[in-house]
Write a protein that binds this ligand. Structure first.
Ligand code: ACK
Length: 394
């Protein structure tokens, strides 16, 4: 059995493996063989797009074993699937950055070997640790992702599917951008949906010009990055909540933007809004994002929350809800119907003025649930504001 270890050629631009007549040649160009005996597969840890993801150990000469994750290709794969699977290895083999995942390849059976990331994917990691980190630490995570993206943009690589689910977190809380590939990434992303222009796109994370004209660029990656910022600051909340993809597209086109998650400092939300500018040329570049985050990290007093701000732009969301019960069901907080009723919140008009203190007094003790309810209330407020003050629209 043969294993291939990637080498990192000193190239400035990444080479698209699909420019090779036979993409497997690209794998060989960027990888070097290592012996099968160095890899020990220990257990299955999840299922990936093509097959299982396993945990194992790799022995390196003169060094301690290192933990690795192994991605398998399930039995019965087609030639095309195998080519797509290996194209990920050819792409990743060209990268070398602490915030970008690297990958190696095992030849038979076909397997990709990557660094083991103890905390798994960022979205589930955040949900497991709802409300546990100081803002500065969250900004640290975001800084790492921006550094990885800046590196990729510098190589001319456009990710197209940047989302918290495609970022992995290790035991030191270092975030690494992962899930590379070309068309196949979008084909297999459960969030990707078909658009009228054809092709599958993860709507909630994608810039309008990429959805409409398939104009993917590092600037559309910047848009997605800001959605990841929003996911991080809201501890893994689903962007645009339960709005349908169609409504997300429509709202964004009309100029609505996600409001600041609860506890999110103003400068971070301003940065998100900058990254969500309709004109992609006006969006900041990843290197500017890093500079800004570094400034905030150096002067953490700027990350302190001032008075709770009312968001100026948001999505029209709860127009179809007619009662407090219906609204709570919509945001999957139906278990608190009695709490709200007991507290005298019988109309949405009353709910709109609720504060975090009120929610706590109603008996909602879980921080994550308080946040969920409060961000939804913020959206409702904005909706009312937008109805009466049309100039608030972008
Ligand atoms: O959220 P998770 O625990 O992190 O569940 C998914 C699952 O495998 C399917 O993708 C996990 N996973 C993927 N790559 C790695 C890796 N390199 N290290 C650790 N876990 C991984 C991912």
């Amino acid at each position: 059995m043969l294993f291939l270890l990637v080498s990192f050629p000193d190239t400035r631009f990444y080479i698209d493996p699909h420019t090779y007549e036979d993409p497997s040649q690209a794998v060989h160009q960027f990888a070097r063989e290592i012996e099968a005996s160095r890899i020990k597969i220990e257990k299955i840890i999840g299922s990936g797009e093509f097959g299982e993801v396993c945990y194992g150990r790799m022995r390196l000469p003169g060094r301690r074993d290192i933990p690795v994750a192994l991605k398998t290709l399930k039995a019965g794969y087609s030639d095309q699937q195998k080519r797509d699977f290996l194209s990920e290895a050819s792409i990743m083999a060209q990268f070398d950055h602490p915030n970008v995942q690297i990958e190696m390849r095992r030849r038979k059976p076909v397997m990709l070997i990557t660094e083991y990331m103890e905390n798994g994917s960022l979205d589930s990691f955040l949900r497991r640790h709802d409300g546990e980190f100081p803002v500065l630490q969250l900004v640290g995570l975001l800084r790492g992702i921006a550094a990885g993206m800046s590196y990729l943009a510098g190589l001319g690589y456009v990710h197209r599917d940047l989302a918290a689910r495609n970022v992995l977190v290790n035991s030191n809380l270092v975030c690494k951008v992962s899930d590379f590939g070309l068309s196949r990434v979008l084909e297999d992303d459960p969030e990707a949906a078909y658009t009228t222009s054809g092709g599958k796109i993860p709507i909630r994370w994608t810039a309008p010009e990429a959805i409409t004209y398939r104009k993917f660029s590092s600037s559309s990656d910047v848009w997605s990055y800001a959605v990841v910022m929003w996911e991080v600051m809201s501890y893994g909340e689903r962007p645009y909540w339960n709005l349908s993809n169609r409504d997300v597209i429509k709202s964004v086109e009309e100029g609505f933007r996600l409001p600041a998650p609860m506890g999110c400092p103003g400068p971070l939300h301003s940065l998100m809004l900058d990254c969500w500018q309709k004109d992609r040329n006006l969006r900041p570049r990843f290197c500017h994002i890093i500079t800004l985050l570094d400034k905030l990290i150096r002067n953490p007093e700027n990350l302190k929350l001032s008075s709770p701000t009312l968001m100026d732009r948001a999505i029209p969301d709860f127009s179809s809800c007619n009662s407090v019960d219906e609204w709570l069901d919509t945001i999957k907080m139906g278990r608190y119907k009695e709490h709200f009723a007991a507290g005298g919140y019988h109309t949405l008009g009353k709910v709109i003025s609720v504060t975090q203190g009120d929610i706590q007094r109603l008996g909602v003790t879980l921080m994550g649930h308080q946040k969920k309810i409060l961000s939804s209330v913020q959206v409702m407020r904005v909706q009312v504001l937008n109805r009466s003050v049309p100039s608030v629209h972008v």
